[in-house]
Write a protein that binds this ligand. Structure first.
Ligand SMILES: *Cc1c(COP(=O)(O)O)cnc(C)c1O
Length: 394
């Protein structure tokens, strides 16, 4: 059977692989050889699931949103990742990787962060495990995400502002890779999304797959069948989407909709719609779709949502799009803001701006009355209040 999962060489179709500097070869090969066995081992799964339950607050509810359903004329369930500890799905991955790092005998953790959600999740699990933590963050993001910087520092992490390039997520990732090259033996690089060299995309997808495992159970209970007609998620690097589709990826009854950030519009030059605007290239260790100019220089992405503001995309998602297994919709700033406000007023839930892009995709689909739709609400909107307020005033 054709599968959309990764193959043994770390590829999803033509995307993926591990394009890394020589100095990291040993670290990455070690991880490639060990990750599956570690993830499937009894001590790991027991500890991981105990932490997901008692520390992160899982399972997250699957909420049938009555007024949203009425508005779109179908049955819409929200997978409430916004209710997790630290406010998003990022904690699922951070908890898993910190356990792996510990098992591998690493003593120092590094991470990149954009909006700061992954930085906060990483600083949190480092406090939990008493590990040293260094977080690289573009200076632009440090300035616009003050509270998250202060949270990371309060948790005991060192936040290093990065001043190269656009001073955002891509530059922070470059700097984290540079650090890793200098400390390959004691340092573990805790990547926050389904990006980077193999095995990271698959490892992160597996650690987030608890989302779709829970959806299967919860739908079975509520609908009498374990699969939805539609799965909808936003994509930055792709981890909440990968987790939401993981157990359905080869089930053709389920339509997969990925919402990427259109910014001010696909053709505006101010966009982060990587799947639609990107071309084949190599970014941060993987062959994938990359926003780039004719000379292969990375184009600076733009989105109102810092978590979607990335010029690449996970290789899994590049392949899902390329093979037409997923439909990719661009949702622009204005549509996302309106969708975020709508959910707030209809259901009393203020979503993260990233998640608001998934909600914005609802307007672009024609549903039937019996359709069962699951939309992943990847995070809560607390961190985005200033943006919501400014948008409302302008
Ligand atoms: C980081 C983040 C995203 C984007 O990252 P993915 O890896 O694509 O999931 C989406 N939503 C929230 C709330 C985030 O914090």
């Amino acid at each position: 059977m054709k599968t959309y999962q990764v193959n043994e060489n770390g590829y999803y179709g033509e995307f993926g692989g591990a394009y890394i500097p020589e100095i990291l070869h040993r670290c990455v090969t070690e991880l490639q050889q060990k990750y599956l066995e570690m993830l499937q081992s009894r001590p790991f799964t027991e500890k991981y699931h105990q932490l997901l339950r008692d520390y992160a607050g899982r399972p997250s509810p699957l909420y049938l949103a009555p007024r949203l359903s009425e508005m779109y004329g179908c049955r819409i369930y929200l997978k409430r990742e916004d209710l997790n500890h630290t406010g998003s799905h990022k904690i699922n991955n951070a908890l898993g990787q910190i356990l792996l790092a510990r098992q591998m005998g690493k003593t120092r953790i590094i991470a990149e962060t954009g909006a700061g959600q992954h930085g906060v999740a990483t600083a949190t699990v480092c406090a939990l495990m008493q590990m040293e933590c260094v977080v690289y963050m573009g200076r632009t993001d440090v300035e616009r995400q003050r509270i998250n910087v202060q949270k990371m520092e309060m948790l005991g992490a060192r936040v290093v502002p990065v001043t190269s390039g656009n001073m955002t997520l891509k530059d922070a990732t470059n700097e984290a890779i540079r650090d890793w090259c200098c400390h390959p033996s004691d340092t573990y690089y805790l990547i926050g999304s389904t990006v980077g060299p193999h095995p990271y995309p698959d490892m992160v997808a597996r650690l987030q797959s608890v989302i779709s495992a829970e959806i299967q159970h919860q739908l079975k209970e509520k609908e009498g069948r374990s699969y939805p007609d539609y799965l909808i998620a936003c994509v930055g690097g792709g981890s909440n989407a990968a987790g939401s589709v993981y157990h359905y990826i080869d089930d053709r009854r389920v339509r997969i909709i990925l919402a990427e950030a259109g910014g001010q519009g696909i053709a505006s030059g101010q966009s982060a719609a990587t799947i639609q605007l990107g071309r084949r290239g190599i970014l941060h260790g993987a062959r994938t779709l990359v926003m780039q100019n004719e000379d292969g220089q990375i184009e600076e992405p733009y989105s109102i949502s810092a978590g979607l503001d990335y010029p690449g995309i996970g290789p899994m998602h590049a392949n899902l799009s390329e093979t037409k297994r997923a439909d990719v919709l661009a949702v622009d700033d204005r549509e996302a803001l309106a969708a975020g406000l709508r959910l707030t007023r209809l259901e009393g839930i203020i979503p993260a701006l990233e998640s608001a892009h998934a909600l914005g995709a609802l307007d672009k689909i024609t549903f039937h009355k019996d359709d069962v739709v699951v939309l992943t609400l990847s995070g809560r909107g607390d961190k985005d209040m200033l943006t919501y307020i400014e948008a409302n005033n302008s």
